[in-house]
Design a protein around this ligand. Structure first.
Ligand code: PEP
Ligand code: MN
Length: 352
């Protein structure tokens, strides 16, 4: 079976969010091929849409267009499948790689149905992360495919849905993808900045971030006339813009064999380890005091949580954090974690 990605090389997948017409599929293919940088052509044939009146994909009639595009350019093709029938049709029309979309990965019944259809079939499958930040669900989908004998599996990080989010469409949670990678280092991790960003202007910065984290490749939506796209118009770029984006990326090597560089890094890491130890020690001291406060509250019959005190603490910390170059979001998360632990310690004292 051909590997999804050549060893040591980044895999660049591009193509429209949706196949719309034969001409659009072919013209996109020609222009992507001309960049000389694209390894695989993506297109949505069946589209999972949030609202029922949206364009739901051209369906099976788009599959021969992809075949024709492949004959013309030699680019292998990849299509999203959400049910058994999609798998059968893709096999029938010679699609090279399948992917499971974020809205399908969340549903073990749907993933199992796809897995069952893949029994005895020799085709690579890429699994997008589920829309909610649940690592186990993502890994579980991969395991369902492995159980039926799918040999070649890739993972795609496309970000996670987040209520009230304005900057991203689906916020990347790099830590979740890195945890996936830590658990399954042999599985290639592709970044899909298009669905993370939902807009064109930050595609480059997110793509660069994924390259800095040593992702194995990118999947980026590209359309010949992005503003007129039938789905995801705001995030698509032309093949020529894609060419420039890929040119602008900087590839940093992990440099594990470079001794002088490594020793400089080791020095900095030692400093970090030292600071981490100190932080742990200080947090321990802080909890000691929290327990003393617990004793005091207990003997004076005061509630543990005092709202005014918490609001003051937060305001002060945000101002201080800002002066140290720390984001407000981080200060919130940090203080909340400290505060939770502190309350628990006080509770132990008060109930003890
Ligand atoms: C897509 O790739 O066009 C798509 C529907 O993506 P996701 O499953 O990440 O929403
Ligand atoms: Mn899309």
């Amino acid at each position: 079976m051909s590997p999804i990605k050549a060893k040591g090389k980044k895999l660049f997948i591009a193509g429209p969010c949706s196949a719309e017409t034969r001409e659009q599929v072919l013209e996109t293919g020609r222009r992507l091929f001309r960049t000389g940088k694209v390894d695989m052509y993506r297109a949505g044939i069946w589209k999972p849409r949030t609202r029922p009146d949206s364009f739901e994909g051209v369906g099976a009639k788009g599959l021969p267009w992809l075949q024709e595009m492949k004959e013309l350019t030699g680019l292998p093709t990849t299509v999203e499948v959400a049910k058994a029938r999609h798998v059968e049709l893709c096999m029938e029309f010679g699609i090279d790689v399948l992917w499971i979309g974020a809205r399908t990965t969340v549903n073990p019944f749907a993933v199992q149905e796809i897995a069952d259809a893949l029994k005895g079939v020799d085709i690579p499958v890429m699994v997008k992360n589920p829309i909610n930040p649940d690592l186990a669900l993502w890994l579980g989908a991969v395991e369902r495919l492995e159980k039926v004998g799918v040999k070649e599996i890739g993972a795609i990080h496309r970000g996670f849905s987040n209520l009230g989010e304005t900057y991203y469409r689906n916020r990347p949670q790099w830590q979740i993808a890195l945890s996936f990678k830590a658990e399954r280092p042999e599985i290639d991790m592709i970044c899909d900045p298009s669905h993370m960003c939902g807009r064109r202007d930050i595609l480059l910065e997110v793509s660069q971030k994924s390259m800095d984290l040593n992702y194995d490749g990118l999947m980026i939506e590209s359309h010949i006339t992005p503003d007129d796209a039938w789905s995801d118009a705001r995030q698509q770029i032309t093949p020529e813009q894609l060419d420039r984006l890929l040119d602008a990326l900087v590839y940093r090597e992990d440099q594990e064999d470079n001794a002088p560089l490594q020793s400089e890094l080791d020095k900095l890491r030692a400093e970090i380890n030292h600071i981490d130890d100190e932080l742990m020690h200080l947090i321990g001291n802080r909890m000691n005091i929290a327990r003393q406060i617990g004793e005091y509250k207990k003997s004076n019959n005061i509630t543990i949580l005092q709202k005014r005190r918490w609001a003051q603490l937060l305001d002060k910390a945000i101002a201080k954090g800002e002066a140290c170059g720390l984001s407000e979001a981080f200060i919130h998360r940090y203080l909340e974690a400290i505060h939770d632990e502190s309350i628990q310690q006080q509770e132990t004292v008060m109930n003890g």
